[in-house]
Design a protein around this ligand. Sequence first.
Ligand SMILES: C[S@@+](CC[C@H](N)C(=O)[O-])C[C@H]1O[C@@H](n2cnc3c(N)ncnc32)[C@H](O)[C@@H]1O
Length: 235
Amino acid sequence: MDKNAVVSALDRAVSETVSEEFEYITNGKSVSIGQWLRNNSRNDIFQSLRSLTPPNYSNPMVSVVYAAMYQLQHINMTYSAIKELLVSKNADKATITNSPRLQVIDLGAGCLAMQFGLTLAVADSLEQGHQNIAVHVDSMDPNLTMCTLGEKIWLNFLRIVNQDNSEPSSTLSSLHRACSMVTHRLHKNIQSIDTLDDSEIWISAIHAFYQVFEKQIRTDLWTNSRCHATTRSDR
Ligand SMILES: C[S@@+](CC[C@H](N)C(=O)[O-])C[C@H]1O[C@@H](n2cnc3c(N)ncnc32)[C@H](O)[C@@H]1O
């Protein structure tokens, strides 16, 4: 895959969605998100995120600021974590799973960084010649404001990748295929997630271990004893 084209598609999807949402929230006031971020770097949202206490994620401004500041970085983080996991698990590091399919249960999914990272890893795998890849992501987050914003970024990303793929000079054809191969569903709680038969299951909880959520997330993590694969959080 052409790395620059992938980064540019992600960058456009995040920045266009964030700008649209920001304009909607501020009623089109004549200030750019960049300007707003510079003017408000001392406010509660930033203080809270920097001190590792959870901000009010159901506030639309919090989710927009979060996506503007962290979404690209977190997509990169999930993608790197998946690559590391595949290296530690397989001799053939391009194989996503040796089971008929992979189910990823993403706790504290936020703006769906894991779904993006996984799709990039599937695209890599397609490029290495693995064709039959079935991947499903169950994204769980009690806060639908974050996930809804993630869905909007995802839809913009699909539009940008489709557009690129329709051009003769496209370098994103594997990513285009990967986007249609990764199925996904949003959940407000873990009880609505069914584990799929014949699948390898991973659980992730990326940047979701704030102290106040920790107990609940630990309980959710161990709810399903079939899940053997990794969790990762460096907070
Ligand atoms: C810092 S964001 C991380 C989002 C995403 N994983 C990422 O890496 O970009 C933390 C997320 O955890 C969610 N959360 C809060 N309480 C939770 C709980 N009890 N179980 C799972 N997620 C929770 C929040 O709504 C928020 O979207």
